[in-house]
Design a protein around this ligand. Structure first.
Ligand code: PXP
Length: 252
């Protein structure tokens, strides 16, 4: 059976634009409300250590403004753990974070960081927060995620997206195949697979067609498109493409 595919909208870059002028506009809360109105399934927000986009007070305001589940992306630090426990989002997605990077450039090395992650995963879970790990689609990372007790893994689709931008069809297919195989394995292992990063109208369909994926998290492209067509229209169009891909069962 093909399961429904949720769309989580990452609204970080609405806050990036707001922060460029240091004021209150555009407000990511308004973006969250629009996502809710047009049938988005969740809000994703990354509270970075340097607060370059989402800020602490945004989290509470987003939670108060919509009934959509909040997926808080966070680094595996004591500071972020305390914030997550205070806000109790529906889910917490643990991501690697480097100050100097422009965006989350790679997956979390769950295997290498096992001992650092273990207590954080358990504290989040003990507090009823669904834990996701943002990892590369590899067996080693997936097995570690399962061993750590993560209920969800989010596969990093950045390499797939880059291959497409580079016009490297072979690498793109290889990446797609890797993500599809690991999504199937995740389901067999009892872990819910999600995917995200770098997804656009042009490259979303082959990913959305992977029947085992339960959720895609998409941000930068949607906020960029919103400049031209509005956030409502951008989310609607992405949703339509995802639905078409599911209905076609992966056929072009
Ligand atoms: N999922 C995770 C875990 C991320 O860190 C990001 C980027 O912050 C996204 C999804 C969304 O990626 P993009 O903004 O490229 O759509």
């Amino acid at each position: 059976m093909i399961r429904p595919l949720r769309l989580g909208v990452n609204i970080d870059h609405v806050a990036t634009i707001r922060n460029a002028r240091g004021g209150d506009h555009p407000d990511p809360v308004r973006a969250a409300q629009i996502v809710a109105q047009v049938g988005g399934d969740g809000i994703t927000a990354h509270l970075r250590e340097d607060r370059r986009h989402i800020r602490d007070d945004d989290l509470k305001r987003i939670q108060a403004a919509t009934n959509l589940p909040l997926n808080l992306e966070m680094a595996a630090t004591e500071e972020m753990l305390a914030i997550a426990l205070a806000h109790k989002p529906h889910a917490a997605c643990i991501v690697p974070e480097k100050r100097e990077e422009r965006t989350t450039e790679g997956g979390l090395d769950a295997a290498g960081l096992h001992n650092q992650l273990a207590p954080i995963v358990w504290k989040l879970r003990d507090n009823g927060i669904r834990v996701s790990l943002f990892i590369e689609a590899s067996e080693r990372q997936l097995e570690t995620a399962q061993r750590l007790g993560a209920e969800v893994v989010e596969f990093h689709t950045g390499e797939y997206a880059h291959a497409g931008l580079d016009g490297d069809a072979e690498r793109e297919m290889r990446e797609l195949d890797r993500i599809a195989r690991m999504a199937a394995l995740a389901v067999d292992m009892g872990v819910e697979p999600h995917a995200g990063h770098g997804l656009t109208y042009e490259n979303v369909k082959p990913i959305a067609a992977i029947a085992q994926l339960a959720e895609l998290n998409i941000g930068h492209y949607l906020v960029g498109e919103a400049v031209f067509v509005g956030l409502e229209e951008a989310v609607r169009r992405m949703r339509t493409l995802m639905d078409e891909a599911r209905d076609q069962g992966g056929k072009p």
